[in-house]
Write a protein that binds this ligand. Structure first.
Ligand SMILES: NC(=O)c1ccc[n+]([C@@H]2O[C@H](COP(=O)([O-])OP(=O)(O)OC[C@H]3O[C@@H](n4cnc5c(N)ncnc54)[C@H](OP(=O)(O)O)[C@@H]3O)[C@@H](O)[C@H]2O)c1
Length: 342
């Protein structure tokens, strides 16, 4: 059994890790932290886990994280960068669900995240944890930077087009919508039901932190810088991301065939039949990205529709997928889940 620690077990990605790992055949959570709720039983805070998780939250200092084989950081940005080095030195492998190790250019990271990086030497070693792009490197990694939610949906949608060189990489557009759980489990006016319910708005149009992450991933994949306009929106859903992606075709290609062959053999990317419109509810609770590709009126604009559950393929599920790779397990261990519908 892999002994797993979770730093930040009371947040939305933390409880999602607990849910997924409760059904994992080869991993057992042995430590889960919270500073505010130390001493509270996990099942007292999350009744959904009663009978499945027999643990109480402990403070990060009291949790015996160094006894774990792997520690997930399900914490805000800026925590793992201060704490990962000590765990790595003790032989513990680390997956950070935050952004601390996602961006290779330290100055760029510091600009977007507004703090100086506490462990820049580890950035180069960290492997960006998008298995569909970096599977082999993830297997050997000590430190994995788990991708952001929007970056997962957007990169999986654009990658087949960019790697085949069939679209203009200078004029990509990603128009994305997220449910409110994307902002975490905290009291904020904008996340109140009376504020976010029955309404719809864009945010971060001038620049969102996921923009440099998406640009970096797509640029590396196609071997040249990309031009991307990224506009996120908040929708009155709890879970889910819907990315509508636009690109200009520069070569004739059978788009459906391109996507189907690109993702053939990928357990967690489902290319839908031509003409489909994926729904966020079709992936709720599951580690899945469902994709459809369109070419409206046979013109030169490709439209890709990509949906994920932000907490699963966009965070905790992808993190467990990475753990499975790192420990030589079947990639779908603990992740063979049918989405919840309705
Ligand atoms: N929500 C999503 O859809 C999503 C998707 C992809 C990635 N992410 C990223 O994943 C990370 C976690 O997101 P989330 O939505 O689960 O956040 P969250 O709901 O706000 O939870 C944060 C957790 O971190 C703990 N924490 C906060 N400050 C800490 C510190 N200084 N030291 C140790 N623990 C600390 C909190 O517990 P205590 O304060 O009690 O210690 C809490 O358990 C974030 O970096 C987020 O950007 C989130």
């Amino acid at each position: 059994m892999i002994k797993v620690g979770i730093v930040g077990g009371t947040g939305y990605t933390g409880v999602e890790l607990l849910r997924l790992l409760a059904g994992h055949p080869r991993a057992r959570v042995t430590a889960v932290t919270s500073r505010k709720d130390a001493g509270t039983r996990v099942d007292a805070m999350f009744p959904s886990l009663r009978g499945r998780v027999d643990l109480a939250f402990s403070t990060p200092d009291e949790a015996r994280l160094q006894d774990c084989d792997l520690v997930f950081f399900a914490t805000p940005n800026g925590i793992a960068m201060r704490e990962a080095a000590e765990l790595l030195a003790a032989g513990v492998r680390v997956i950070d669900l935050a952004a601390d190790y996602r961006i290779k250019d330290v100055a760029e990271w510091e600009k977007w995240y507004g703090m100086s990086h506490a462990s820049p030497a580890l950035i180069e070693e960290a492997v960006y944890g998008l298995p569909e792009l970096n599977r082999d490197a993830i297997r050997d990694a000590r430190l994995v930077a788990n991708p952001g939610c929007y970056p997962t949906a957007v990169q999986l949608g654009f990658l087949p087009l960019l790697q085949a060189g069939v679209v203009d990489a200078a004029s990509l557009i990603a128009d994305c919508k997220s449910g409110v759980s994307g902002a975490g489990r905290k009291g904020e006016i904008g996340a109140l039901l009376a504020e976010a319910g029955d309404s719809f708005k864009a945010y971060g149009v001038a620049g969102h932190r996921h923009l440099p992450e998406i640009r970096q991933g797509l640029g590396l994949a196609c071997g040249a810088p990309v031009g991307l306009t990224f506009v996120p929106h908040l929708t009155p859903m709890i879970r889910g991301i819907h990315a509508t992606l636009y690109a200009r075709l520069i070569k004739g290609v059978d788009l459906q065939q391109l996507f189907e062959s690109h993702y053939a053999g990928e357990a967690f990317v489902d290319v839908l039949p031509a003409g489909s419109h994926p729904e966020t509810r079709s992936v709720r609770g599951a580690n899945l990205c469902r994709i459809a590709v369109h070419r409206p009126q046979g013109g030169d604009t490709v439209v890709v529709l990509s949906v994920i559950d932000n907490l699963v393929k966009g965070a905790a599920g992808q993190a467990v997928q990475n753990m499975n790779l790192m420990f030589g397990l079947a990639e779908n261990s603990g992740l063979d889940i049918v989405p919840l519908l309705p």
